[in-house]
Design a protein around this ligand. Structure first.
Ligand code: HEC
Length: 135
């Protein structure tokens, strides 16, 4: 499980990670990429790798759980996010939502495209909680 990788050398980060703050963005930027989400396997194109790097720097803070005991602010992202539509993903990333900042001043359109290309390699996550067994 990818979360476990976060719990290792993070005593400093843990105290901070409980509150989602913008300072955490800087903190996460220093995390080696090997600790962050891995795609479904196979080699990524250059654009997808760029997208993964940007995602790991700017998005995991809200879209993944920093550690098993902390909350997650935004939905888990995958190729099915935003209805699986590239154009909607691009719009959300550029312009944000009421609860998510837009990134159009931070990223070039080509960088946003790269993030979308990366998200398209991320498999659909399993449901958060297993459904109760049928009786
Ligand atoms: C401050 C926290 C935060 C950050 C940082 C953030 N997001 Fe989000 N994002 C959210 C929240 C919360 C939502 C859910 C929509 C809402 O409630 O407004 C969301 C929704 C989305 C969605 C739509 C998901 C769906 O299926 O509807 C996409 C795609 C997305 N974010 C991509 C990104 C990407 C890519 C980045 C990094 C460049 C990013 N987000 C950074 C909080 C964040």
């Amino acid at each position: 499980m990818r979360c476990s990788a976060f719990s290792v050398p993070f005593s400093v980060a843990c105290s901070v990670a409980c509150s989602v703050s913008w300072g955490l963005l800087t903190l996460l930027a220093a995390v080696p990429q090997s600790l962050s989400a891995q795609p479904a396997g196979g080699a990524l194109s250059a654009a997808q790798q760029l997208g993964m790097r940007l995602y790991n720097q700017s998005c995991v803070v809200c879209h993944e759980k920093p550690q098993i005991t902390s909350g997650q602010y935004g939905p888990t992202l995958s190729k099915d996010s935003a209805g699986g539509r590239d154009d909607v993903m691009r719009d959300v990333i550029a312009n944000g939502t009421p609860r998510m900042p837009g990134f159009k001043y931070q990223f070039e359109p080509s960088q946003i495209d790269a993030i979308v290309a990366y998200l398209k390699t991320v498999p659909t996550p399993p449901p958060a909680a297993p459904a109760p067994a049928p009786r």
